[in-house]
Ligand binder design. Structure first.
Ligand code: 5GP
Ligand code: ZN
Length: 114
């Protein structure tokens, strides 16, 4: 998907320092952080959103969560706590249509979200 921003980050066409990489996912810091720690974990393969996950993607959600947990340890927010968010579609506030998991922490996060 050459017109997808996050596919271009995976392809290194848009150079972005990676926090983590494995065979299925990469992670990088959000360009407009909403908390002291704000990292995105995304699949290397293009999946538009959580609504577009299929049975054949079964391994992927677990990997995204596992890497989110690794990132929290790496960024030293695992003990203080953090939030994982997957904005989906219009009401979910999704702006980039390549599936991504936000890992947010480093401050107290209010609930409920806006
Ligand atoms: P969404 O609103 O779709 O849940 O989240 C998209 C996120 O991608 C936003 O938090 C936004 O700041 C981030 N973002 C958009 N463009 C870029 C970019 O070019 N580089 C990085 N690192 N993050 C981006
Ligand atoms: Zn993409």
């Amino acid at each position: 998907m050459s017109d997808c921003l996050f596919c271009n980050i995976v392809a290194r066409t848009i150079p972005t320092p990676l926090v983590y990489e494995d065979d299925l996912v990469v992670a990088f810091d959000d360009i407009n952080p909403q908390a002291p720690i704000h990292t995105l974990v995304i699949p290397k393969a293009h999946v538009a959103s959580m609504a577009e996950l299929h049975n054949s993607d079964a391994e992927l959600p677990g990997r995204l969560m596992l890497v989110g947990s690794k990132i929290a340890k790496l960024k030293e927010i695992a003990d203080s706590g953090y939030r994982v968010v997957v904005n989906t579609g219009s009401h979910g506030g999704q702006s980039v249509f390549h599936l991504h998991l936000h890992v947010l922490g480093g401050r107290h996060l209010a609930w409920p979200p806006g």
